[in-house]
Structures are given as C-alpha cells and as structure tokens.
Write a protein that binds this ligand. Structure first.
Ligand SMILES: [Zn+2]
Ligand SMILES: [Zn+2]
Length: 566
C-alpha cells in the first residue's frame, strides 16, 4: 500500500511540475518519500487510529491525508486522474521510463513530437535525441536500457533463477565480519514459482554492510542507499532490497517480510483480538515487547504452532496451526533418489556413468535413468532400450548407487504409449508424459490420459499438466478423474522440478493429496547440473502440504521397489 501511494504522489508531483505549479510538487514529493520510508502500513494506521493520525506522517497534511483515505477506500485518487487528462497521454507513459522525469518527457513531446514509449525507443535508437538540449549521447543509451528494463520488470523471474543469485549474495554477506544473520524473505522464501524482487534481511553490528552490498560486482545500479536499507538492480535486471534489522526484532521482521500479505493480515488480526500488536518490530502487549527475536516465538505467543514459510498463503494453515494440526512437511534432505533423468543416449548431455556418479555424490541411494522412448528423433526404440539396459547393468556393477532402468514414454493422441508393453515389462520405472497435443479439448485430453494410466506398466505420470511457466498454459483436464485413476492404479503423480515446469504445481498437488495420491519428485535433469533442481520440486511439494510418506522417492530402495511392483 505504501509503495503504491508513494508512486501516486510522485506522479502528481511530476504532472504539477509540467504544469509549472509552484511549491506543490515539492510538497507531494516530500509526502511520497516519507510514506515510502514509513515502517508502518498507512492502511493499518488509518484503520486502527483514524484519519487524524495520518497527519502525523511527516509531510502529510489534511489534503494529502484525504487522498490517502480516498485511495484506501476506493482504490483510486481522482485528483491524479483529472491531472492526467490535462497532459498528453504519451507524456505520462514516457514518465514511467527510468531516468525520464516529467520535464524531459514534456521536452521530447514538444520538440520531437514523441508521444509513446515505442516512439521514444525508436528515436533513441536512431540518435534523434542526443541533439536536444539537456540530453547527451549517453542519455540515448540510458533510455534504451530503461525501456528494456521496463519490459523485463513486468515479468517475474523463475524461482530456480532467483534462488542461486540470492544464495550467492547471502553467502557473501555472511562472510562479512559483524554479520550475524542473512536470509532471504518474501516469495523466494515461500518458494513461489515466480519471484518479483529479492528481499534480504540482515542482522549486523556494523552498517558497513550496506556499502558492501551496493558495491558487489553483480550490481548494475543502486536505486536507494541509506543506513539500514538499500535497493539495487543486478546485471540480470533483478531488484534486490537489503534491510538491516535489530536482533531483538529479527524474527518479527523476517515474519513480516516473508508474507504473504493475506497471511500477515490474518496474523495481525489474531494479535489484535488477543490485545496484542504485531508488526515488523515485534509482538507487543501495550508498549512491552513480548516476542520478536525468532519467528517461532512470534507464532507461539499468538497461540499457534510455527508455520513453515512455504505454507504461508492464508489457505487454512493458520487454522491448522491454531489447532496444532499442521502436517510434518517433507524435508529438503529427505529425497533418496531422482526418478526422472536423461542421458546423451536421448536428448541429455551426460553419460549414464556421469549421471550416476553425480547422483551418488549427492548422497542418493538410487537413480532412475529415464531416457525418451519411441520411434521419433532423440528417442530410443525397443532395441536401443535393450542396449541401454545392458549398459546400465554393466555400470551398476562398479557403482554403489542403484541405477534403475527407466524410460519416459510419450502418450499418443489416442492414449497409446510410444513403446511396446513387451519392452516396458523389462523396465524398473516407466514414466508416461504428454509431449504433444496440448490443445485438445478437455474430454479428449482427459480420455487420452486416462487410457495411458490404464497401462499396467506405467508407474509415474510425468509433468501431468504439461504447462510451462509464463510460456504455455496447462492442458485442459478433468483433474479429479486423473487423480482418482492414478490412485486406483497405484501410479504416482510427478512433481517435475524443471525450472519452468514445477508440474504438478503446489495447489494441484494439495488437491491430489486430499484424494489420496502418491507423488514422485523428479528433476527431469538433462545434465548433471540439473540434478540440483530437486529442491525446487521439494519446495513445491511443501507448499502442497506433502509429507515424506506421500513421496515415493523419499523412501528406501526396498520400499520403492515394492511400490513399483518390481
Ligand atoms: Zn517429459
Ligand atoms: Zn523428461
């Protein structure tokens, strides 16, 4: 809420400036700045204390307080809408480009007739701007860069891309003297499939850490820098916010900055009902802090079990925590082996040997090699699969890890499989997956999958909805029928851990769990490095409330083999 309101007031200031209004722009900017840096949510101030208290915020007088209330109540500020009508639309649009303020936008409009971001980009590329007063050649580069950034900013980053970046920064921060804690909050900590910004919280005895942070080699641009707060843009155009918090409020700050928003609102309501107040600064009774050092403390003092970050979505986890009925989620270290991997015999990069050695190094007890099976390119036919089996048997003799003979078969348009039963019979693990026919209507799609699941050799339904995050919608399925069939046939649903798949996703996994399905978490690794994506699948499983007992590859080899019926 604060961020949005600050944006609105900055925009009002810009437009007033174009219109050559005196002193008001500065007043709006001042208000915007203090709202932006306010520790408390303005909405909360208004709702708990009233409109008068909004005027306590530095720079906020009666008129601005009224606009804040208007926005909270109606989601809009009429004054801004009226103002926007008085200047050309293209100018407002251009003002959104980083580095183009109101004045410059107006100049571009008046002198070059530019009236959209698209025209602006063209003009910059054709060097039409450098000649203007107060613009240089460098400005053109900056404009192009700013527009690129705007385009990317609209898009969220995949969890699997953001995680390694966050981990690297955190490990660097932790190496610094005086840094006691460093951890990422926000959607990253909740293991959401896509991430907006990366939020990092630090407990440090020395503010020099902000300096260090803004000077890291991956930083492209410093957006803001204060004693306890800083924002930067990395070279991959990811925004990272760093906050230094006090040790006695570390838990409450982490809780606050982990979210999600609805979860936090509910938690604050519970605090209020208990005559307490919860904020990023701690849990308070009157003015006395009664918890805040750790998150556990905060949840416990509110009368509930600790809630794992992945569960904080306000979808029943708080009720369960109050009744002390939260599931014991599968741990990130609980996986005993990977059940979905490819080698260079189909479309992977590494050999069976290399994959097995890498899996063993990860501490796995078993690894299934599941190259694509079928008659098309980069698929192994029955005869080639036979050869692969022999090779696996040979390699198995010299490795401690158990290599399971597997195959990933394509589900045809009619639900038939791309490898004959006589060959499937010889396999330890059979994954059946949809790799084509994504557009079929629901009845045809569902029927096709149900038929495939009737094959008695299938063990796992691979990436069940075939969606690609931000790229391809899930196929249309009557999922309940699929879940029922999988349960009845003893087939595990995959949680595919590829960066852009995470399929089943967490909410669907949770629905399937309700029905009583089992799950297999597989990386679908096509290289040894991709074996490291397992955590993304485990995170997704945790968000879906899955426990160790729900996941077939969190079991011992013996148990797994029994389950596979081999
Ligand atoms: Zn596949
Ligand atoms: Zn695959």
């Amino acid at each position: 809420m604060n961020k949005k309101l600050a944006e609105i007031f900055y925009e009002i200031a810009d437009i007033l400036e174009i219109k050559k209004v005196q002193w008001k722009p500065a007043a709006y900017r001042k208000a915007a700045r203090s709202i932006e840096n306010l520790g408390e949510d303005v909405k909360e101030i208004y709702e708990t204390k009233g409109e008068k208290d909004l005027e306590e915020i530095p720079g906020v007088g009666e008129a601005i307080a009224k606009k804040i209330v208007e926005y909270i109540e109606t989601g809009r500020v009429k004054h801004l809408e009226e103002l926007k009508k008085t200047i050309p639309k293209g100018v407002v649009e251009m003002m959104a480009v980083p580095g183009i303020g109101a004045k410059r936008a107006m100049k571009l409009y008046n002198e070059l007739g530019i009236s959209s971001v698209k025209e602006l980009e063209e003009a910059a590329k054709n060097h039409k701007i450098a000649g203007l007063e107060s613009f240089k050649e460098k400005s053109e580069e900056n404009i192009i860069e700013g527009i690129e950034f705007m385009k990317k900013r609209g898009k969220r980053i995949l969890l699997g891309m953001a995680l390694p970046i966050a981990r690297k920064i955190i490990s660097e921060l932790k190496k610094r003297e005086g840094v006691k804690e460093a951890i990422a909050g926000g959607s990253l900590r909740r293991m959401e499939e896509t991430i907006g910004d990366i939020d990092i919280l630090v407990v440090a005895s020395d503010y020099g850490v902000v300096n260090f942070f803004t000077k890291m080699p991956i930083v492209k641009k410093v957006l803001a820098k204060g004693d306890t707060k800083s924002s930067v843009i990395t070279k991959d155009d990811i925004q990272i916010d760093l906050r230094i918090v006090k040790p006695e409020a570390f838990g409450s700050a982490l809780q606050y900055f982990t979210g999600n928003k609805d979860h936090n609102i509910k938690l604050r309501d519970i605090a209020i009902k208990k005559n307490m107040k919860l904020s990023e600064y701690g849990l308070f009774k009157g003015s006395r802090q009664i918890a805040g050092k750790t998150e556990e403390e905060v949840y416990n003092r509110l009368g509930m079990e600790y809630i794992e970050p992945e569960l904080r979505t306000e979808t029943g986890e708080i009720e369960a925590a109050l009744k002390k009925k939260l599931p014991k989620l599968i741990g990130y270290e609980a996986i005993k082996g990977d059940l979905h991997t490819h080698t260079k015999l189909s479309d992977g990069k590494n050999s069976i040997d290399e994959m097995a050695a890498a899996a063993e190094k990860k501490g796995y007890k078993y690894l299934a090699i599941t190259d694509h099976g079928g008659k098309t390119i980069q698929h192994l036919n029955e005869r080639q699969l036979e050869q692969e089996i022999k090779e696996i048997e040979k390699i198995s003799e010299k490795q401690d890890i158990e290599i399971l003979k597997g195959v990933e078969v394509d589900i045809g348009a009619d639900g038939s499989l791309s490898i004959k039963d006589s060959a499937l019979e010889k396999m330890d693990v059979v994954i059946a997956s949809v790799h084509s026919g994504f557009k079929f209507p629901e009845t045809k799609q569902t029927g096709r999958l149900l038929k495939a699941l009737d094959n008695k050799y299938v063990n796992i339904l691979g990436h069940p909805t075939a969606r690609l995050i931000q790229e391809r919608e899930p196929i249309k399925l009557d999922l309940e029928k699929i879940y029922e069939k999988a349960k009845e046939r003893g087939i595990a649903l995959e949680i595919n851990s590829s960066l852009d798949r995470l399929d089943l996703n967490s909410s669907k996994a949770r629905e399937a769990l309700e029905i009583g399905c089992k799950f297999a978490i597989g990386t679908d690794a096509h290289t040894i490095e991709q074996l490291n994506h397992m955590g993304l699948g485990v995170g997704t499983a945790r968000r879906g409330w899955l426990r160790k007992e729900d996941i077939i590859n969190a079991q011992s080899l013996n148990k797994l083999k029994k389950w596979l019926g081999r």
